[in-house]
Design a protein around this ligand. Sequence first.
Ligand code: MN9
Length: 294
Amino acid sequence: MQKELKGVIPALVTPFDNNLRLSTGALKDLVKGLIEENVGGLYCCGSTGEAFLLSLEERKKTVAAVVEAAQGKVPVVVQVGNVNVDESVELAKFCASNGGVDQISALPPIYYGYKPAEIVNYFQMIMSATDLPMMVYNIPHLSGKSLSSFGEVFEDPRVTGIKHTTSDFYSLHSILEKKPDLKVYFGQDEQALSGLAMGAVGIIGSTYNNMADLFVKLSTLHASGENVKALALQKEINKLITLIIECGVYNSVKFLAGEKFGIDLGSARAPFLPLTSEQKGRLQEASARLYENS
Ligand code: MN9
């Protein structure tokens, strides 16, 4: 078992059937396919996993399916954050007692304008529930909380990593100065190379469901100092990411990963709108072009 979490880490999609019910069979097949592409870990129940559109029971079933399919071959991280901290605590406890989960992660508490001490209280409530290390999920454009509002959380020794889903690296500097051992995982696929250049040990994102292999190649180029080639690959990849963003990230990634692995991953839950057949055609074409050119 590879112990250290690093490399390309898909933020797993959550597959649904035609009635938008959880499809754990499809999820297990996806996990097996991704492990064969040499991913460095699995991140489940994040934004890409539509965590906030899942019930607590569905999140538990998702975790159990991922752990079962991973078979301990790569580390598993579970995003437990929620608007209701009691549910986060319960999911964190489930992760610890069920076994097979290596780390928990949580975004800051969303919606309400919590004070820094209240955000710290939320993280501490979750961390006190288990002995698992915590990867703080910084995603200011969706959580509404900037890193400066909860930087104090990093003083806690149980926090070992950060999933940094913003291109603002300067905001990380003061934290890294105080805690140089903090592992940084970068969360913006379209700027993955910049994240690696700024010292991230891994990249966590949506499009690693459908093109983990290309990002493994990009990371290897970067690690061997071939940055001109790595940048050329990032630029080629970004042509597809631009279309993915235009069509809707979660539906596009589900569709493309489904096509690639031959699994029906379904659509994203409402109010996300399903892809049109015209969008599917454009995505298929752009993905085929990318693979031809890389
Ligand atoms: O967490 C993802 N962010 C969100 C990572 O889902 C909000 C990214 O992987 C983006 O989907 C991706 C496309 O913009 O970079």
